[in-house]
Design a protein around this ligand. Structure first.
Ligand code: TXA
Ligand code: MG
Length: 327
């Protein structure tokens, strides 16, 4: 299969919307990471996502919609979910809610809940408006590898496996959306930390929000690992090791700093932010991980943020820990 990257001209957007309606896969830009999209109500289109990514069938997909009205066609919204959607959509917040029968089993991996979000990227919003269908889309990378934040990253992993990529530039946020389980509106629970934080959600809804478990949990009933809690994920091929507060790198080792180091810089040093802004660290994390991974070092050292850094720090540390988890 030949993979083509499209610039966002009106004609190309119309063409890609038609391709999606017809059941084809299209990699789409979102504000968080690129997604690999298919018509969410077409089970055989969604099956192609699992095949292209090498994704296990037990890992459910996020469904992308234009707005709350479209989301309500797919899931049972409660008062809190509506309130949150009105406040945080379009944006990097995914809500897990009881699904309606129209959502195919393959999308939810057989669960009775569905994950929904309304993305903020203007091009994907235009596609959603043109196609008038919900789009199931996990991140557009091979399963287990670092998520893509540019069209070139998508091509790196999925060239020859998918027909279309819409180029929407670099992703503004850079880490995946916050996933909030609202199945029980009285007990909201973060399944994956992201740009929208537990504190922000708590302040807005006035209910305690449980934070994501950082350790691996298995369901007592099924023995399966809860989705989004796979211990190893987002990983480069080169062994990645968390080392805080180092000054000298061993031979054949790349070092990823949080901020640009002062003084002379060795060739093996990478950094995530010039000035130490968390937004910038998040935006650059996957690009720099990929860059260091492609430079054939024997290992990569990376720093984590102090636990009390607030804001995006929980999401950044979560992704770094998963990327560094032993295989
Ligand atoms: O920012 C994002 O969320 C990006 C962009 C493309 O929107 N998407 C993304 O999807 O990161 P990804 O590859 O992480 O896959 C979706 C994840 C699943 O692994 C699972 O953790 C969670 O969403 N998920 C989906 N449906 C779920 C459900 N019914 N219950 C619990 N978790 C669910
Ligand atoms: Mg993913």
């Amino acid at each position: 299969m030949k993979t083509r990257t499209y610039s966002p001209t009106p004609a190309n957007l119309r063409r890609l919307a038609t391709a999606l309606q017809g059941g084809a896969l299209v990699a789409i830009p979102t504000e968080t990471v690129y997604g690999l999209a298919a018509h969410a109500l077409d089970a055989s289109a969604c099956e192609k996502i699992f095949k292209a990514k090498g994704r296990p069938a037990h890992d459910p997909l996020i469904v992308h919609v234009l707005d709350l009205a479209h989301a309500e066609l797919l899931a049972e919204f409660n008062y809190t979910a509506r309130k949150l959607a009105r406040q945080f959509w379009p944006g990097p917040l995914t809500l897990v809610l009881p699904k309606k029968p129209c959502v195919p089993e393959i999308v939810t991996a057989g669960r009775d809940t569905v994950a929904l979000r309304s993305p903020a990227h203007p091009l994907t919003r235009r596609l959603l408006r043109l196609a008038q269908i919900p789009l199931a889309a996990p991140s557009a990378n091979l399963f287990g590898y670092v998520s893509p934040t540019s069209a070139a990253h998508v091509l790196d992993g999925l060239a020859g496996k998918i027909p279309h990529i819409l180029d929407g530039g670099s992703c503004r946020v850079g880490v995946e959306s916050t996933i909030l389980d609202l199945t029980n509106a009285n007990r909201p629970r973060i399944l994956r930390p992201g740009m929208v934080t537990a504190q922000e959600l708590e302040k807005f809804i006035g209910t305690k929000v449980a934070e994501a478990a950082t350790r691996l949990r298995r369901s007592k009933k099924t023995g399966l690992i809860a989705p989004g809690m796979l211990p190893q994920h987002y990983s480069p091929h080169t062994p990645l090791i968390i080392k805080d507060g180092w000054t000298k790198l061993p031979a054949n080792t790349a070092g990823i700093f949080l901020r640009k180091p002062a003084g002379s810089i060795v060739a093996e040093a990478y950094w995530l932010s010039a000035r130490g802004s968390l937004a910038e660290v998040a935006r650059n994390l996957y690009r720099v991980l990929r860059q260091a991974d492609n430079a054939s070092h024997h290992q990569i050292w990376i720093e984590t943020l102090p636990a009390d850094s607030g804001g995006l720090a929980a999401a950044i540390n979560d992704r770094v820990r998963r990327a560094a988890a032993k295989r």
